[in-house]
Ligand binder design. Sequence first.
Ligand SMILES: Nc1ncnc2c1ncn2[C@@H]1O[C@H](COP(=O)(O)OP(=O)(O)OP(=O)(O)O)[C@@H](O)[C@H]1O
Ligand SMILES: O=C(CO)[C@H](O)[C@H](O)COP(=O)(O)O
Length: 334
Amino acid sequence: MTTKPDRVVLIGVAGDSGCGKSTFLRRLEDLFGEQFITVICLDDYHSLDRYQRKETGITALDPRANNFDLMYEQIKTLKGGQSIDKPIYNHETGLIDPPERIDPNHVIVIEGLHPLHDERVRGLIDFSVYLDISDEVKIAWKIQRDMAERGHTYEDVLASINARRPDFEAYIDPQKQHADVVIQILPTQLLKEEKPGSILRVRLIQKDGVPDFAPVYLFDEGSTINWVPCGRKLTCSYPGIRMAYGPDDYYGNAVSVLEVDGQFEKLDEVIYIEGHLSNTSTKFEGEMTELLLKHRDYPGSNNGSGLFQVIAGLKMRATYEKLTATKTSETVGV
Ligand SMILES: Nc1ncnc2c1ncn2[C@@H]1O[C@H](COP(=O)(O)OP(=O)(O)OP(=O)(O)O)[C@@H](O)[C@H]1O
Ligand SMILES: O=C(CO)[C@H](O)[C@H](O)COP(=O)(O)O
């Protein structure tokens, strides 16, 4: 950490394992700078180690396997500008290691299975995102990663997803109703028969009425829009790209939903789409496209998942700037 922050801004990134949290966090470093951001993986608050979970049949997704009292106390302490001694869950041994010292930083991100589960922790968070990957896409991604990189069989991957499903549905999925932004990843609707996971339909579900957060819109705020941007200014190959925008209801909350179905052929042409979006919280024309182009190799850069991760990051930066500016003027006003 470089300087002691006046105000610690707390960001929550929720989602199941293998849903793209690490990719999203790497994008956030571009916006805040590596030194200004500290990421805490909430797996470190597992209260049952791998052996205790096996013995009791309680999964890591079950709140009983996690110490929410300690999580709340420590996150509150960090937000209050004090250091903590955070436990470490060791994914190699499956055991809980001796704690490590964590100092407050300008931005603290808590990421993992349960950032929005506990009401007390939720109350501390300044901006939150839930990565909501549909089952078909989750299976496709996990198969791609765990078979190619971790030596698992197709049956292993399917069995692990099925084993997690009941607790996922009970304890992880319900958190999405509390998120300021949900990035929902679904199979395309542009093709009837498509290998799941290769072409995606991605929706950015943005809660309305959140202080310091102005949802991004396409063309006209509050209208319902369907747009096919392919043509002279955006190169598309079959089956093309379809975008949509409009108001909706999500778990009883008013939301604004932006959607991209399909994939970008030439990433630098995304600037054409950027030009038709408003409230993006960019600092200069083309910043969104530039951020996307910076990591064209990251998974999802050529579709709505990368684009919406960039937008969510820009919104986090805007929240950070508003909250820290308020703090400064409050201090000045005293
Ligand atoms: N937007 C995307 N498009 C396509 N594939 C993706 C995307 N995001 C993630 N993936 C796939 O999912 C894998 C896991 O992504 P990532 O490591 O970012 O997830 P994670 O939630 O941090 O996972 P874990 O918690 O298991 O470490 C990637 O290696 C990639 O195969
Ligand atoms: O969901 C997870 C991480 O987000 C893991 O399953 C959980 O942390 C348990 O870890 P391990 O599989 O190493 O015992």
